[in-house]
Design a protein around this ligand. Structure first.
Ligand code: 13P
Length: 255
């Protein structure tokens, strides 16, 4: 059975002190009877302290981006090996904000995915359509491009170690969550691409998370869908009580 994962993408928020405070509060929360894997993704500058604070708690830490070269003259970049050094086990790759504001392409996402896997970091690979694409019935075409692009040249063995996040861009930070059916359809479509690219075995091993305005109030209905294995949470991951509510919804949705 594949793992359920609830990951918090803190984006560009929280000082080191605030980040530690959030983890301290999170550790006091009840995660329910069937807790998922819980991951928090702070800004680079807070990763070391957050990792120290999470040690022994079961809460895992992820980066929000990485560069594919390990070291050298690449001013301003951070590599997978440095993320591991700071305590990360996961890394978000190809978030729509990076595609939109920082020029990420399917090719750069692919290089980053391969680099993360080489460094034994677990990549959380983001995909998803913008509003015009959904309205133009292009959602599946976009998902096809994002997934095939991200996995180009990735072996089946490595693919089985990845996590995918379906994040419809129109649902990110808008309060406009996808319906459970829209999420299920997209997730089933993505899983089917993995069957075509690899095998049933790989496709059923990869957790597919939903992201976009997930809140404690709407999480359970989405997480109950068979191909929704967790959530990548933005705004609601910045408050311990809200994030824990989503974690408990996952726990309620099943082991
Ligand atoms: P919100 O939960 O704030 O909509 O953000 C989703 C997201 O982008 C997570 O990566």
């Amino acid at each position: 059975m594949r793992q359920r994962i609830i990951a918090g993408n803190w984006k560009l928020n929280k000082t080191i002190t605030e980040a530690i405070e959030l983890v301290v509060l999170l550790k006091r929360e009840n995660f329910g009877m069937n807790p998922p894997v819980v991951v928090v993704c702070p800004v680079f500058t807070a990763i070391t302290e957050v990792s120290e604070q999470c040690a022994g708690s079961g809460i895992k830490v992820g980066g929000q981006n990485l560069y594919w070269e390990e070291k050298g003259a690449f001013t301003g970049e951070v590599s997978g090996s440095l993320l591991k050094d700071a305590g990360c086990e996961y890394v978000i790759i190809g978030h729509s904000e990076r595609r939109q504001f920082f020029g990420e392409t399917d090719d750069s996402v692919n290089l980053k995915v391969k680099s993360a896997l080489t460094q034994t970091l677990l990549p959380i690979i983001c995909c998803g359509e913008v509003l015009e694409e959904r309205e133009g019935n292009l959602t599946n075409q976009i998902l096809d491009r994002h997934i095939r692009g991200a996995f180009k040249g990735v072996s089946a063995e490595d693919a089985a170690r990845t996590v995918i996040a379906y994040e419809p861009v129109w649902a990110i930070g808008t309060g406009k969550v996808a319906t459970p059916e829209q999420a299920q359809d997209a997730h089933a479509f993505i899983r089917n691409i993995l069957v075509e690219l690899y095998s049933d075995e790989v496709a059923s091993a990869v957790p597919i998370l939903y992201g976009g305005s997930v809140k404690p109030e709407n999480a359970l209905e989405i997480l109950k869908k068979p191909d929704v294995d967790g959530a990548l949470v933005g705004g609601a991951s910045l408050k311990a009580g809200d994030f824990a509510g989503i974690i408990r919804a996952s726990s309620e949705a099943g082991a």
